[in-house]
Design a protein around this ligand. Structure first.
Ligand code: MRU
Length: 356
């Protein structure tokens, strides 16, 4: 029998170094079943990311880094050139699994950069270095999320009402989450936050994942439908909005789960600050504004059928299903990173956060 007590006792993403397998919680099965899956092939890893078995920008990055290492161990080559050709093929394949979260390409590029510095080394030495790098990416994520939590906690006070959208929780990272990190750290200190979790249509990350993990941690969490955020804001129940993000453009425009910009627009109306919690790895200074961020489009069936006992839309109806939207930087009160909180003008402050 498992000695694990709740979902937060499980690792979101793990590398089994004995078998060279990627070990994840299948998040499509939550909250009903905690199912651990082991992945080894390129297609299995790609599918797990595309199907959101592992999801959330930082967790995708860590999974991809482990995945690239695992696939590298399967390459049969006796020269660096032969090895690297296959390595790049694997990298490009994994990178094609989801387009919006920059952490995916960030982690893969970091692994690639390392491989490129090791042309003179043996394949075994390269593999050892790649394994270490992927493990470091995971360990850094834990420290980064904790630091985001500490900065984020300075923005709220005991008893505050906090609204969050989608899941930027532990399940989206390796520990603490980003948007949930201030909540978890405050909870440890007895802050008594009242958290409202948007259910987050169409894939219900708020209902299935955020409500689940916060409840497991003993946080006071209330689930609402996406169209109820204006009501709770108007009723004075919300003091701050904390959300995660998948890519921050150089001007502070931020892509996050579809519906985030609706929440931010309504929050502006009610004078409630919206804080984006983002590791600096999610800041993409090569993308000037939100207009250039590629938004993932997902299948119609997520809107028309998924989660329902029977189809809830007429056959053949046109469906538009963008997975993310862009919140304009004017709607954002601050971007909380592991290096501090960035404020307007973001073109300046984001560079400082990235230490450039
Ligand atoms: O489609 P998902 O579930 O991967 O979307 C996740 C989000 O939008 C999160 O808010 C974002 O990745 C930040 S996770 C710390």
């Amino acid at each position: 029998m498992s000695d694990k007590i709740n979902i937060l006792d499980y690792e979101t993403v793990e590398l089994d170094t004995d078998t060279n397998e990627l070990v994840i919680i299948d998040q499509t099965k939550l909250p009903g079943n905690i199912e651990i899956v082991r992945l080894k092939s390129a297609q299995e890893i790609w599918d797990a990311i595309y199907l959101l078995k592992v999801r959330g920008a930082p967790a995708i990055g860590v999974a991809a880094a482990f995945g690239l290492y695992i696939l590298a161990t399967q390459i049969k080559a006796d020269s660096f050139e032969g090895f690297y050709k296959e390595f790049v093929k694997n990298k490009e394949f994994l990178n094609s699994s989801r387009p919006t979260a920059v952490n995916l390409s960030w982690a893969l590029n970091r692994m690639d950069k390392l491989a490129c510095t090791m042309k003179e080394f043996s394949i075994d030495e390269i593999l050892e270095a790649l394994k270490k790098e992927a493990i470091t990416i995971k360990e850094e994520d834990i420290a980064v999320c904790k630091a985001i939590g500490e900065y984020g906690l300075t923005l709220v006070k005991p008893g505050d009402g906090i609204l969050t959208h989608c899941n930027a929780g532990q399940l989206a990272t390796c520990k603490y989450g980003t948007a949930t990190a201030p909540i978890y750290l405050g909870h440890e200190k007895g802050y008594g936050f009242k958290v409202y979790a948007d259910e987050t249509r169409p894939l219900l990350q708020g209902a299935r994942l955020t409500a689940f993990e916060l409840q497991s941690a003993g946080v006071d969490v209330t689930l609402i439908c996406d169209n109820m955020s204006a009501t709770v804001m108007k009723q004075g129940k919300i003091d701050a909005v904390f959300v995660g993000c998948d890519r921050v453009a150089a001007n502070g425009d931020t892509a996050n789960k579809i519906g985030t910009s609706v929440v931010a627009t309504v929050a502006k109306h009610y004078n409630i600050p919206v804080y984006i919690c983002a590791p600096t790895s999610t800041i993409d200074l090569d993308t000037p504004t939100g207009n250039e961020i590629k938004i993932e489009q997902r299948p119609d069936t997520e809107v028309t059928e998924m989660w329902y006992k029977e189809r809830m839309a007429p056959e053949g109806v046109k469906v538009y299903n963008p997975a993310f939207d862009v919140t304009d930087h004017e709607l954002i009160a601050g971007i909380v990173t592991e290096n501090g909180i960035a404020y307007e003008p973001y073109t300046e402050s984001l560079k400082r956060m990235k230490n450039i």
